[in-house]
Design a protein around this ligand. Structure first.
Ligand SMILES: [Zn+2]
Length: 244
């Protein structure tokens, strides 16, 4: 049976979360589906090539994200306009409403976002993860939610010398879906390189990535009768749904 083309809405906190995170999977999905990307902020609180940011960093990073997304095959990028580093409970429903607006427009069958502990542990990632989960529950047409997560070994290695606390990653037995990204590795590296203002991070991340298998990991939430499926069945359902 031919796989029906679907819409996938990826929601991340910052420009570069897509390429430095599940960029390989995004590239694979974009070959068969319509992939859209929402960035909650423009990453304006970050550093610029390791130096303190100036005022036009937001504009630069937005341009970099558009370039990265294009390399990955994403159809369109939207910025939700929140301030970097400022996502909080106060903004919960504004953030959720803004995600919901795009979801109603594109009617994705699948959402992708940060896992609930925020991957690297950035509080903006956690806020986005919660808001996306909230919207997922509200919209019946979104059938699956993919939480991009780190393997335990990776999280442990990342924790050394990282600027914030990195929560524990997930053991192999806790992961629902593993995506082999060897075939899109070059594309993902190119997308990472598009984030030139983050070159101080890029070298470290690339060196780091070489040490681990070229695969990306996800927790999967499903709905209705399939919500109660076991781990392997959840992963298989997501794989089938997306042709991964
Ligand atoms: Zn981020």
């Amino acid at each position: 049976m031919r796989l029906r083309r679907k819409s996938v809405l990826c929601v991340f906190a910052h420009p570069d979360d897509e390429a430095f995170g599940p960029g390989g999977t995004i590239a694979k999905l974009a070959k068969r589906h319509r992939v859209y990307l929402l960035a909650a902020t423009k990453g304006q609180a970050g550093k610029d090539r390791g130096r303190r940011a100036t005022r036009d960093l937001a504009r630069r990073r937005a341009t970099e994200l558009r370039a990265s997304a294009k390399i990955l095959g994403v159809r369109k990028v939207f910025f939700l306009g929140f301030a970097d580093g400022a996502l909080s409970n106060n903004l919960y429903h504004r953030l959720a409403a803004s995600i919901e607006r795009y979801a109603r427009r594109f009617r994705p069958e699948v959402f992708m976002t940060h896992e609930p502990r925020g991957g690297s542990g950035h509080l903006d990632h956690i806020a986005v993860s919660m808001a996306v989960s909230y919207v997922f529950e509200r919209l019946p047409f979104v059938r699956a939610l993919l939480y991009s997560c780190l393997r335990a070994e990776r999280a442990r290695a990342l924790r050394k010398g990282y600027f914030i606390y990195v929560p524990p990653g997930y053991r192999r037995s806790e992961i629902d879906l593993r995506v082999d990204t060897r075939d899109v590795w070059e594309q993902r590296v190119e997308a990472m390189q598009a984030h030139a203002s983050q070159s101080h991070d890029l070298k470290r991340i690339l060196r780091f990535a070489e040490r681990f298998p070229k695969e990306e990991n996800f927790l999967v939430l499903l709905k209705g009768a399939r919500a109660g499926l076991g781990r392997a069945a959840r992963g298989a359902a997501a794989r089938r749904m997306l042709g991964l």
